[in-house]
Design a protein around this ligand. Structure first.
Ligand code: HEM
Length: 346
């Protein structure tokens, strides 16, 4: 999987090099990173070739935008009738995505060459499913397999690409940290042409920067839960069955938890504490918490480190004057108008 990530990132770097015809290039980094991360997750999840991957990817993205316009009323009685046109549109796109994924799953199930696909997530899922079926008859149905694929695809590509996008914004604003990371890469990784993935674990400052970017701009801006019974929070009684949205963005910027410099980019908060010296142990939740916490965080760490290592070794990033800072919540926390950066080859 790591080599797939290296391949896709190198492809993006080659594309940029090809476009640079003076000493710099202005690019919308958000769409570049999203496209590359989409390719990685399509290949890692389903071993998809670029064409099929792109179709599912584009449809899921449209679905996401459409869903956002309807799902603000989740939990509100009759909420889906508030924006009936969008609800029907989302339903139609959803059915098309399901059909495409189902055809991929069925062709895999019928393929004689199962070994070829055992490396990707769907391959693992189908193999496990066969074994479970043999033993207990409790295998996932095709519909459940389609849902699992969608969860990985949805959960996996945009969150990771946004964490890289926001990091590049912060590094463009903080050239000192950009230099520190470049120095660390030279010391720890050395030759990036023959990237040794095992060395990436020692990129400590990069990990602090990632944690700080996830604090300031958490790609998943809220975590949802439903109360299983009546609960009492201070003097508020929350009845059983209430949908609760935990506002992670607000929590990550709360001065009572982080101090007066809560809004400042200070990666060294994470130097000696994985919780960034937050005053409450539940105050830092970029990956959620408990039994439903994110299952993909290790995959994200790997992709984040590979992409940043390769990009920072090849380019310097500066903010473009055309950047307009307007983070917005569209299910995930994203820049409203992309991220134009000036990219200079080193
Ligand atoms: C920076 C990257 C990521 C962030 C910020 C993130 C964040 C989250 C959050 C906040 C949750 C909900 C946790 C909760 O309710 O307590 C979650 C769940 C989940 N994530 Fe991620 N995620 C990231 C990357 C990934 C990747 C790369 C994958 C897989 C390829 C993934 C797969 C999932 C899945 C399957 C769940 C549902 C887990 C469950 O309900 O049991 N995530 N993620």
């Amino acid at each position: 999987m790591a080599s797939m990530m290296v391949d896709s990132t190198k492809k993006m770097i080659n594309r940029w090099n090809f476009q640079i015809n003076s000493d710099h290039l202005e690019l919308d980094i958000e769409s570049e990173i999203v496209a590359s991360a989409g390719e990685i997750i399509a290949r890692a999840s389903f071993g998809m070739d670029d064409e099929n991957g792109k179709i599912v990817f584009d449809q899921l993205r449209t679905l996401q935008m459409t869903l956002f316009k309807t799902n603000r009323y989740v939990g509100v009685p009759f909420g889906k009738f508030f924006n009936l046109k969008k609800t029907l549109e989302a339903k139609k796109i959803g059915e098309e995505v399901d059909k495409l994924l189902l055809s991929i799953i069925e062709s895999r199930m019928n393929s004689n060459d199962k070994k070829q696909h055992e490396q990707d997530l769907l391959g693992h899922l189908l193999k496990e499913n066969n074994e479970i079926d043999g033993q207990t008859n409790k295998a996932l149905t095709k519909k459940e397999l389609v849902d699992e694929c969608k969860t990985f695809f949805f959960g996996g590509y945009e969150t990771t690409s946004l964490s890289i996008t926001w990091t590049l914004l912060l590094l463009a604003l903080h050239q000192d940290w950009q230099n520190q990371l470049r120095d660390e890469i030279k010391q720890v990784v050395g030759n990036i042409e023959e990237l040794d993935i095992n060395l990436l674990a020692d990129l400590k400052k990069m990990k602090w920067v990632m944690n700080e970017a996830l604090r300031l701009y958490p790609p998943s801006p809220n975590v949802q839960r439903q109360t299983m019974e009546d609960i009492q929070v201070d003097n508020v009684k929350v009845p059983k069955g209430t949908n609760i949205w935990i506002d992670v963005v607000a929590m990550h910027h709360d001065v009572t938890l982080w101090g007066n410099d809560a809004n400042k980019f200070k990666p060294e908060r994470f130097m000696n504490d994985a919780n960034g010296e937050c005053k409450h142990k539940m105050g830092y939740l970029p990956f959620g918490f408990g039994g439903r916490a994110c299952v993909g965080r290790n995959l994200t760490f790997m992709e984040y480190k590979i992409v940043l290592t390769l990009l920072l070794s090849k380019f310097r990033f500066k903010l473009s004057p055309s950047y307009y800072h307007s983070p917005t919540i569209m299910l995930s926390l994203r820049p409203s108008y992309g991220l134009p950066l000036i990219v200079q080859p080193l």
